[in-house]
Design a protein around this ligand. Structure first.
Ligand code: ATP
Length: 244
């Protein structure tokens, strides 16, 4: 078994009195892609926000979030980022009037502050992964295409040099070729030892790229196992993979 990058134990999240997650246990190893699939409203975004420490009005959380063995459950977002966690939110949250490069540099801020020589190499590695971003580095992020904006969001998360990268629906609204490109990068990152937690509606693409998967329904894990095994499970095929 690989070293645990992330271990979530008995995670409960409630919005007011309504509990959305009922005791989740999730593990991501080093160099492993773990996917969480499930229908709309199952609690996938709730789970990612709770792990990342995002403040959501009305939400209360209990349970343990261990990052490389250390409980970061009480840390604010910035401190979790500094410890090696990065989340690429579904909304992508770019600063639309700022350039691509300035958006990327913001991702480095928590880690490097203003030490330019330290982040130059990281920026170079992001441009190597996404040559398109180098070509467009001075363009306003808001004028990039949907796929390019997803690359900026992913690149910005990588600028913090995460050991755990969490992705919320990275393929949402993107053309098949761009989805392929994004998944190619995710697999390359895994090969560098980063642990990846991938939430996807596109269960087929997710299970293809992942090592291990969880099926989340109404706040509970109803099935888990090696991704290849889930992809062949009749119930998963029926509910999540369709006929095509
Ligand atoms: P989707 O795939 O549609 O994004 P999801 O699996 O990410 O769905 P969540 O967005 O985590 O699901 O929602 C889980 C449940 O919690 C849903 O019933 C949702 O209505 C509820 N919920 C989410 N955010 C809030 C909030 N801020 N306040 C109250 N209820 C919320």
């Amino acid at each position: 078994m690989t070293t645990s990058i992330l271990q979530v134990n008995d995670l409960h999240v409630a919005y007011g009195k309504v509990e959305a997650l009922h005791g989740l246990n999730i593990r991501v190893g080093a160099g492993q892609i773990v996917t969480v699939i499930g229908p709309n409203g199952a609690g996938k975004s709730t789970m990612l926000n709770a792990i990342a420490g995002a403040q959501v009005a009305n939400a209360s959380t209990r349970g343990a979030v261990l990052l490389r063995g250390a409980d970061v459950g009480s840390y604010p977002v910035e401190q979790r980022v500094a410890q090696g966690m990065s989340l690429v939110p579904e909304s992508r949250d770019l600063f639309t009037t700022m350039s691509v490069e300035d958006n990327l540099l913001l991702g480095a801020y928590t880690r490097y502050r203003r030490r330019e020589k330290d982040y130059a190499a990281t920026l170079e590695s992001v441009y190597e992964l996404f040559p398109r971003l180098r070509e467009r580095r001075m363009q306003a992020a808001g004028t990039m295409s949907g796929g390019e904006r997803q690359m900026v969001a992913l690149g910005r998360a990588l600028m913090a040099r995460p050991t755990l990268l969490m992705l919320d629906e990275p393929s949402l609204g993107l053309a098949p070729l761009i989805v392929k490109e994004i998944f190619r990068v995710i697999v390359r990152l895994k090969e560098t030892g980063v642990g990846i937690l991938l939430v996807e509606q596109n269960a087929r693409a997710a299970l293809q790229a992942a090592d291990y998967g969880y099926v989340l329904e109404t706040g509970e894990v109803v099935m888990e196992g090696p991704a290849a095994q889930l992809a062949n499970d009749p119930k998963v095929i029926d509910t999540y993979l369709g006929l095509n």
